[in-house]
Every structure is written in structure tokens, then in C-alpha cells.
Design a protein. Sequence first.
Length: 180
Amino acid sequence: MDEMTAPETQGRPVVLAVIAFVLASRGLAERPGGHPEAGSFKGPAGIFVSRALGLALDKLRSSACLQIFADFQGTGAAPLDEILRERGETAGEYLRRMRFHDGSRHRLCIAPGVSAVTRIGSLDVLVCGAFQAAARRDPAAAANVLIHEELHSLGAGESPMPGLPTSEEITARVALRCGR
């Protein structure tokens, strides 16, 4: 999950975003099926997901951006770049396998500023209504949201789990490594 905007000075949106992530970690069901191409997202935000996915894949060609996977650990304490190596996949290949679904009407997407949610270990990402508006304003930041969700998919957790970074901190780290 991600807000794609500067961290809020008021705590309520951040608290709601954290609650949405915790619920997503517990309740987002894995969906069987193929691996859609970038443009196969159904729903009103499809063009924005497709554009953001293309930009994210471009960013993942940079060695500086790929360092993000060494910055975070999975649930078993292995760095995410090691997890990718063990799977025999690149970050770009893994991101291409992820499935993006219209979550605009999903209960996990109701918190203000929540752009996307996924469950740790899931290839499925719910793209929330806020993603479309944010992607229209800043396509590069939308690409960072997809990379952020890839980190979760590979096993990275976030606050409120003890000792883990907040959603905003993860997104800021992605922006630092992968560019704005």
C-alpha cells in the first residue's frame, strides 16, 4: 500500500493506511490464472497501470534501483535480492508476473490516499481508486508504487509490525534508489 504523496502531518490517513495493509496481509486471496501483459488490466485505471508498469520495468534496469531489493528482507530474514536469485528471476521478470486488479470498490482501498495493496507473498495487487489520480499527476511516482508492492509481494513487511518501516518510508526509499 502506498500514499504516493508527501507524508501526512495529520495521523489519521497514515493510521488508516496501516490498517488497510494489515487487513490486506490477512485477507487478500490469491487468484489463480495466467500472467497478464502490462496492458491487460481491466478497469478505469488500466491505462495508468500499464504506463506505471512500463516505467517501473525501465527503472528496474538500473543497478541503482535494483539495490532496493538488498535494502529489504523477506519474512525469513533473507534480503529480497537473494530471494530473487534463489528463484532464478530478475526483479523485472517478477514484476511482469504480478497481477494487477481493480480494487477501487474493495474494502481495503477505502482509506484516503491508499493507492494499492497486496499481501506478503501474493502476486496479486489491488489497485485502488487513488492510484489513477496520483498516476495522472506523477507517473514516475506511480511506478514507484508498483515497485513498493513488489517488495511486499517478495516478503517485505511494514509498520505496524515491530521494527519495520512505514509505508511512507518504503516509498521514500524506492524513490531514493529508483528516482522520482
